[in-house]
Design a protein around this ligand. Structure first.
Ligand SMILES: NC(=O)c1ccc[n+]([C@@H]2O[C@H](COP(=O)([O-])OP(=O)(O)OC[C@H]3O[C@@H](n4cnc5c(N)ncnc54)[C@H](O)[C@@H]3O)[C@@H](O)[C@H]2O)c1
Length: 253
């Protein structure tokens, strides 16, 4: 089977699909013949993203939802099953950077909780409902976007770093819970990737994160999509509970 058909017959949900890494992954899955539900909280960005994707071999639908709301996550999964008849792949890219360049003494509780709610609680909810939908067919590929911030910790970014460390714990725990099935749960921990997420980060934090990358550059959305699409393909059948690096050499363990 060529790369062009790698996702033929597969149905994927990509959350955070209206922008950045999610949009890149969704485009590649649809280009490789998969059916894709682009899911995001930003309705206008979703419409624009769908337009920008143009016609691709796989069908692409857009669904507006909030990943922090369990009822909305449940109905996202339900509507994909209703429309496409199955769910094989979930890539969770919905996320926020929260406060950056902010010492813990100035980091307010509301912002801390918001980062945890979107990045970590959202990961928990989509993983739970995806597994429930995948169990009857006994096949699934779930990929959660973590971050190098969760492995190494980025100063001034308590909410983001802690939420992503939590995502890594979630991948390791739930990967083991379903290791006896054909449903895999893995994580991806990128260093800085050039996306609109960085528009919400202070220059001081961006400079710090860039300086830590031995390759001396940001990663690209295409590089993130390449590894992500392998992790959620049929070929990646002996990996679960694993967190893959994409860090230009920054990750040291
Ligand atoms: N860009 C980077 O440097 C980088 C590095 C490591 C990890 N990541 C992670 O990769 C993922 C994608 O990031 P990106 O850089 O593409 O960011 P992005 O800002 O381009 O995309 C994130 C998307 O998530 C959506 N979103 C936010 N809150 C949501 C909610 N409550 N419900 C549903 N959707 C919501 C946004 O509308 C946006 O479209 C995130 O989890 C991010 O933390 C990014």
């Amino acid at each position: 089977m060529s790369f062009e058909q790698r996702f033929q017959g597969r149905v994927a949900i990509v959350t955070g699909g209206a922008s950045g890494i999610g949009l890149g992954i969704a485009t590649r899955i649809a280009r490789e013949s998969g059916s894709v539900a682009l899911a995001d909280i930003n309705e206008a960005a979703l419409a624009q993203a769908r337009k920008d994707m143009g016609e691709l071999p796989g069908p692409v639908e857009t669904i507006c939802f909030d990943i922090t709301r369990e009822d909305e996550v449940e109905s996202l999964v339900g509507s994909v099953i209703e429309q496409f008849g199955q769910l094989d792949v979930v890539v969770n890219c919905a996320g926020i950077v929260g406060k950056t360049a902010t010492n813990i003494l100035d980091y307010d509780l509301t912002s801390f909780r918001e980062a945890l709610d979107v990045n970590l609680v959202g990961s928990f909810l989509i993983t739970k409902h995806a597994i429930k939908a995948m169990l009857p067919a006994g096949y699934g590929r779930i990929l959660l976007l973590a971050s190098i911030a969760g492995k190494e910790g980025n100063p001034g970014m308590a909410g983001y770093s802690v939420s992503k460390a939590g995502v890594i714990g979630l991948v390791k725990a739930i990967g083991k819970e379903y290791a006896h099935t054909e449903i895999t749960i893995n994580g991806l921990a990128p260093a800085l990737i050039g996306t609109p997420l960085l528009l919400d980060a202070e220059e001081e934090s961006i400079n710090y994160m860039t300086s830590k990358i031995p390759m001396g550059r940001l990663g690209t959305v295409a590089e993130a999509a390449a590894i992500a699409c392998w992790i959620v393909s049929d070929e990646a059948s002996f990996n679960t509970g694993a967190v893959f690096d994409l860090s230009g050499g920054r990750a040291t363990y």
